[in-house]
Design a protein around this ligand. Structure first.
Ligand SMILES: C[S@@+](CC[C@H](N)C(=O)[O-])C[C@H]1O[C@@H](n2cnc3c(N)ncnc32)[C@H](O)[C@@H]1O
Length: 225
């Protein structure tokens, strides 16, 4: 990728993750970004942006033989993770995504069974307890994105014994005010409370634009929180 497009990707992404805009403005920004065709240009999968590939590989390591598991792709965007999962044979995948424009592009790809236009954090999403074998979030954690309270929802909608996967930019653990000194302590607290146990915390290179990422994998222990 040349320097100009690398900078565009970085600028557009920084605006989406700006601390200075409202939720509505952020969702509109995502809708405009993807409708212009630039989202998938800026965040080229396997080029600037590798998180979705890491996410798909993590799930196929966890469930190598069971392609029927029910998976919820949280913050599904235009469907990058769904594409990876479909290519690996998973066909029972739903999408949750609050930006109408992003969700429409995911719908147009015809890779998800159900499309839920909703936002994680705050009140409960309209999904029953224990509905899924696995949830995956990739790129949905960051400034103004999924708050710490979203972890409780991830646990609530996953069956006991199921898996919660989170792929995010590593530095956000320390630079995002919502997460700094809060996100990992909460992950640990949920482990102490026997809501889940951590199976993996893996740092990997080049999640987005040369920035390293972190993959978390948790095994859900109890029925809801
Ligand atoms: C950088 S995109 C990642 C999309 C997709 N997972 C990917 O890897 O291409 C971040 C997505 O998170 C969504 N998002 C932001 N805040 C959210 C929240 N609180 N709950 C669910 N999704 C959210 C945005 O609408 C956007 O589509």
């Amino acid at each position: 990728m040349d320097t100009l497009s690398h900078n565009n990707a970085y600028d557009h992404n920084s605006q989406a993750f700006s601390a200075d805009i409202t939720i509505t403005e952020r969702m509109d920004y995502y809708s405009k970004w993807c409708r212009s065709g630039d989202y998938e240009k800026d965040l080229s999968k396997g080029g600037t942006y590798n998180g979705p590939i890491i996410a798909g590989e993590a799930i196929s390591r966890l469930y190598p033989d069971d392609k029927n598991i029910r998976i919820l792709d949280i913050a599904a965007g235009t469907g990058y993770v769904g594409e990876e999962l479909r290519n690996k044979g998973y066909h029972n995948v739903d999408a949750l995504e609050p930006s109408e424009g992003m969700l429409q592009q995911a719908i147009d790809k015809n890779i998800y069974k159900t499309h839920i236009c909703d936002i994680l954090g705050g009140t409960s999403v309209h999904i029953n307890d224990d509905e899924y074998d696995c949830t995956i979030v990739c790129g949905g954690m960051g400034e103004g994105h999924i708050p710490c309270s979203g972890l409780n929802e991830m646990i609530r909608v996953v069956k006991p014994g199921g898996v919660v996967c989170i792929v995010m930019r590593e530095e956000y653990l320390f630079t995002v005010s919502e997460y700094k000194d809060r996100l990992e302590p909460l992950m640990k607290q949920l482990e102490d409370d026997e809501k889940w146990e951590i199976s993996d915390r893996i740092i990997f290179p080049n999640h987005f634009a040369g920035k390293s990422g972190v993959l978390f994998v948790f095994r859900v222990k109890c029925d809801g929180v």
